[in-house]
Ligand binder design. Structure first.
Ligand code: TXA
Ligand code: MG
Length: 320
């Protein structure tokens, strides 16, 4: 097969370029020991929105945040003794820990899809590690495949699946583990295994005692209330609004004239750009979620591209 120009062999030049692109909010596909990741700056909502756009998922599924060393974890999540023990044993390696978001965590709200937990792991791959270090940012990275397609374990498959959406692909050859990381939710007692992967349940139980299982089918759409309980505003949300009362907050999209009235008005994207709207979604919902308002009136949002995921999220918040 012919190699397209954006597949690069790792070198100090290509790593420098990749890190620079990531810092500018662009996407870079990189190898990990499990599968290739579609990486973006985990602290940049715009970069995260473009990850969701590239994957073409109709929903926001929370992403794994990759770090180069466990000492970076306590700034991002609420770290504890059990997490430390697991990290000492299995990191770097194919184990993802779900922990509560740290109060001043710099991780973009969109990366955790509005959850108050963050999934974090330290990949055991020299290129992944060097890339995170050079970028000096944690990297959010789902498996580098379009939604509904197989995870990718070589650069050419990434190129075939997502080539047009990434600035470049770092070619680290085939991924040695070949299956995704194990996902373990540490916020429950006992901890809950959310996804089987490179580290086995038995290996974990040797350190933690018994753990429970609550596996979800990643290919099936999650219904509201299932497993992942997302943030929803405490005041009511109303969709497809055309007018709002003075006691309501308004969340606009595009043309301001589409919704009249309202006490406070915020625009997800004045220019009607769905990627910008996705990047602003959670922060703006938080901003408008104030007791002094009777509710939030949301302007109609197109159902195309990222609009599907935005509408899915808003619909769930409206019917909670
Ligand atoms: O091996 C891997 O984990 C690869 C490489 C690139 O690191 N990444 C990967 O990411 O498989 P992705 O996005 O395809 O899968 C992430 C999984 C999903 O099942 C997601 O629901 C779960 O992690 N997840 C992420 N954040 C979560 C959270 N806060 N709570 C519960 N589950 C979470
Ligand atoms: Mg995946």
């Amino acid at each position: 097969m012919t190699r397209k120009p954006n597949i690069l062999t790792p070198s100090s030049e290509s790593l420098y370029l990749a890190a620079q692109n990531l810092r500018l909010g662009k996407l870079v596909a990189f190898p990990t020991e499990t599968v290739y990741g579609l990486g973006g700056d985990a602290t940049n909502d715009r970069a995260i929105a473009s990850i969701y756009a590239a994957k073409g998922r109709p929903q926001f599924n929370p992403l794994i945040v990759h770090i180069a060393d466990k000492k970076e974890a306590p700034d991002l999540v609420i770290w504890n003794k059990s997490a430390e023990k697991l990290a000492d044993t299995f990191w770097p390696g194919p184990l993802t820990l779900v922990l509560s978001r740290a109060p001043d965590s710099p991780i973009a709200l969109l990366a955790s899809a509005g959850l108050d937990t963050i999934a974090i792991r330290c990949p055991d791959h020299p290129i992944a590690q060097q890339l995170i270090e050079q970028t000096q940012r944690p990297l959010a990275a789902p498996s580098a495949n379009a939604s509904g397609k197989l995870s990718t374990t070589c650069a050419q498959h990434v190129q075939d699946s997502l080539g047009e959406d990434v600035s470049l692909i770092l070619d680290g050859g085939p991924c040695p583990v070949g299956v995704e990381s194990t996902v373990l939710d540490m916020t429950s007692k006992p901890p809950t295994l959310l996804r089987h992967g490179g580290v086995t349940k038995e290996q974990l139980e040797a350190y933690l005692g018994e753990i429970q299982e609550s596996l979800h089918d990643e290919s099936a759409p999650k219904s509201p209330g299932m497993l992942l309980s997302h943030y929803a505003p405490t005041i009511p949300l109303r969709l497809d609004a055309q007018t709002a009362s003075e006691e309501e907050a308004v969340l606009l999209f595009g043309d301001e004239e589409k919704v009249k009235g309202g006490g406070v008005r915020l625009n997800l994207s004045a220019k009607g750009d769905l990627t910008e709207a996705a990047a602003n979604l959670f922060a703006m919902l938080h901003q408008l979620d104030q007791e002094k308002f009777k509710g939030i009136a949301v302007a109609p949002i197109p159902q195309t591209g990222l609009g599907a995921a935005i509408n899915d999220r808003l619909r769930r918040a409206a019917t909670k």
